[in-house]
Design a protein around this ligand. Sequence first.
Ligand code: CP
Length: 293
Amino acid sequence: MQNLIKTSDFSKEEIISLFDDAKVFLDMKSRDILKGKIIVILFFENSTRTRSAFETAAKRLGADIIALDVGTSSRSKGETVFDTVANINATKPDAIIIRHSECGLPGSLVDYVDCPIINAGDGKHAHPTQALLDLFTIMEHFNDDVEGKKIAIVGDVKSSRVAGSNKRLLPRFGIDVCFVAPDCFKAEDDEYKQYDNISEIIDEVDVVMSLRTQLERHNEIFFQSLNDYAKDYCITKDTFGDRDILLLHPGPVNRNVDISDEMLVDPRNKVLKQVTNGVAVRMAILKKLILNQ
Ligand code: CP
């Protein structure tokens, strides 16, 4: 039985095969591939995209979804997350999808459950399904010819699990990753080039991924106002000029802080395409993990 806790849980060959399935699932037709299967969704953190994409993916494949409302679960009576998951496991689901603020929590559960665990984001650590859909979107855009392409990941790299998963996944496919951030948001990571300003690298990149400022994960105030941050890091028409660059963002986008209104309707921006691709990629992940194929 396989789990998806981090992108390295899948080999390169498995990811390519997963993407072959996802390309088929982009037709968004309903199928019976997972008819009779039950998938439990346990989100201890807020979500719009990941949760709705997983629910849509499961329903498109014919599975039933149990989305536990953790706000009204017995967590409020003092039950630990571990016991909550052990009890959910005892109901014999076919997969558990979990998001939690604690780094490493989904991975710590795998030896205690009888079904695949899918990490839907754990603290600052990893967001493997997001990185997989990001890679899928980049490969789709460049017709799979991504070897040697360069991506600048811009913003709060230090607190971002999306940056964490992408910096580990994209180089496996020959994509060169660099970061652009103010000092307070830079990763403590010498492995990747880090720049202070996007203007230093904009002429060399093929893809820009903007990130949200993860205020909920900060334990101090770095900017009195996000407008101060936006002055240097918001992606605008001026940033891109007429360069042919793919613009991505995992969402949620803070308008005019991460990306300007104007760039959110620019054809180079594929933020909503990422969301659509996220459904197809998650359909392929559910099929692979639940059916072992
Ligand atoms: N990209 C992402 O994880 O978005 P949500 O927090 O809305 O799921």
